[in-house]
Design a protein around this ligand. Structure first.
Ligand code: TMP
Length: 198
């Protein structure tokens, strides 16, 4: 049996990681084999990105690094799907388009170019779930977790990222879920999408 590939997207602090973990728990309880994965990955190029070792590079270079990481990651995802697993992926190509096409310190990259550099290295997800929330609320969540605020986590920037995501949702048919609702309600909406696939 072939597996299923589901992607979770959304701005920082929206709860993707928690939702992924809860969905995995529910699916495993039904006897399904689940693989949770994320981008940037924690190996190779992904680990390099996360380390910050690339330094102060342009948005285009940053985008190319995310896509290089995605190329190897996509091969691993395909193997898991072939082995019959449900793959839950925390961020995928839409993150590159939504984040790297938003303006940071005056630097922003063309959306069509970002879509085109992804096209050869991206697998087709069975569903992409966009957890949508006002950045004011998501930033409060990040702050209340006591996490360090990254360069991507300022309000104006995240407002652009959110708008980019909503546009991509229309272009690519993502499932948009209101993530400002309570945890149980969000999970119910997410499972309604996943139940159609598994
Ligand atoms: P994380 O907080 O979900 O681990 O993601 C790390 C940051 O990397 C997050 O702020 C979003 C950003 N990012 C991009 O800018 N482009 C990408 O392609 C990916 C995968 C992540």
């Amino acid at each position: 049996m072939s597996g299923v590939f589901v992607v979770f997207e959304g701005i920082d602090g929206v709860g993707k990681t928690t939702v992924c973990a809860s969905v995995a728990e529910m699916l495993r309880a039904r006897g399904l084999e689940v693989a949770i994965t994320a981008e940037p990955t924690h190996e190779g190029i992904g680990a390099f990105i996360r380390s910050g070792a690339a330094g102060d590079v342009s948005q285009r270079t940053e985008a190319l690094l995310f896509v290089a990481d995605r190329n190897d990651h996509t091969e691993r995802i395909a193997r898991d799907v072939e082995a019959g697993r449900v793959v839950l992926c925390d961020r995928y190509f839409a993150s590159t388009v939504a984040y790297q096409s938003a303006k940071l310190d005056g630097d922003s990259t063309d959306r069509d170019w970002l879509i085109s550099i992804n096209s050869d290295f991206t697998g087709r997800a069975d569903a992409t779930i966009l957890l949508d929330m006002d950045p004011l609320d998501s930033l409060n969540r990040v702050g209340s977790r006591g996490e360090e605020v990254s360069k991507f986590e300022n309000l104006g920037f995240l407002e652009q990222v959110r708008d980019n995501y909503l546009l991509l949702a229309e272009m690519f048919g993502f499932h948009v879920i209101d993530a400002s609702k309570g945890r149980e309600d969000v999970l119910k909406d997410v499972m309604a999408v996943i139940d159609r696939l598994v």
